[in-house]
Write a new protein. Structure first.
Length: 215
């Protein structure tokens, strides 16, 4: 082997070793990554749900936050999407979820005309908001009922309010308990496959070098 060829061969071998090492380190990191599934329950209520997250970005140092990839909260036969909410970790240990939601609905109907004044037009408006802060769940809701003279509403095109039923309001908070129910590891590259890929790349580089020398 010529003196000119040896440094280039050594460089190719070194590149191969570095490539193999880099791929191997990636494999070690991936071996620790997993998709975690948690169930949660709001105590003293029927509110519950689940969420999933990928912990591959965790370092286990200090406070860290990870976006939820999939999840749902069931509350009073309503469902809230939890994807994109935040899971909190401290020193790599799961602490709880940060999430919030809002719901509003308006129902309206006309009561039968059982008096000389005619029928009445009723409107029921309900509002509800909730939030999760790590291991606490808080909520508030309010409802207002409006009663309007239906005849005035039709003739004049105006909502003449005859009476309000006072607001009904409620709020409170409860503890939240979490349970890890599933851990799905991410695919890990096989070391032999990783090494073979690195060697193949180095071999291709060597062949290109030989063609240049022959030219």
């Amino acid at each position: 082997m010529s003196q000119k060829l040896r440094p280039r061969l050594g460089s190719a071998i070194a590149s191969t070793i570095l490539s193999y090492a880099a791929v191997s380190f990636v494999g070690v990191d991936k071996a620790q990554a997993a998709v975690l599934t948690y169930n949660f329950q709001v105590e003293n209520s029927s509110h519950s749900g689940f969420f999933k997250l990928n912990n591959s970005s965790l370092t286990g140092i200090g406070f860290e936050e990870i976006a939820v990839s999939e999840g749902r909260l069931e509350r009073w036969e309503k469902y809230y999407n939890l994807a994109g909410t935040t899971a909190s970790f401290e020193q790599g240990v799961f602490r709880g979820l940060y999430a919030s939601g809002y719901y509003s609905v308006m129902n309206e109907y006309i009561s039968p005309p059982d008096e000389p004044g005619g029928a009445f037009y009723w409107v029921h408006e309900s509002y509800e908001s909730w939030s999760m802060g790590l291991r606490y769940f808080s909520w508030s809701h309010e409802t207002v009922h409006k009663q309007m003279n239906y005849q005035s509403y039709i003739d004049d095109g105006l909502l003449i309010v005859d009476s309000y039923i006072p607001y009904s309001r409620g709020w409170g908070s409860s503890d939240v308990s979490y349970t890890l129910v599933n851990t799905e590891p991410e695919p890990v590259p096989e070391p032999l496959t990783a090494g073979g890929t690195a060697l193949a790349l180095a071999g291709l580089s060597w062949l290109k070098h030989k063609k240049k020398m022959a030219a």
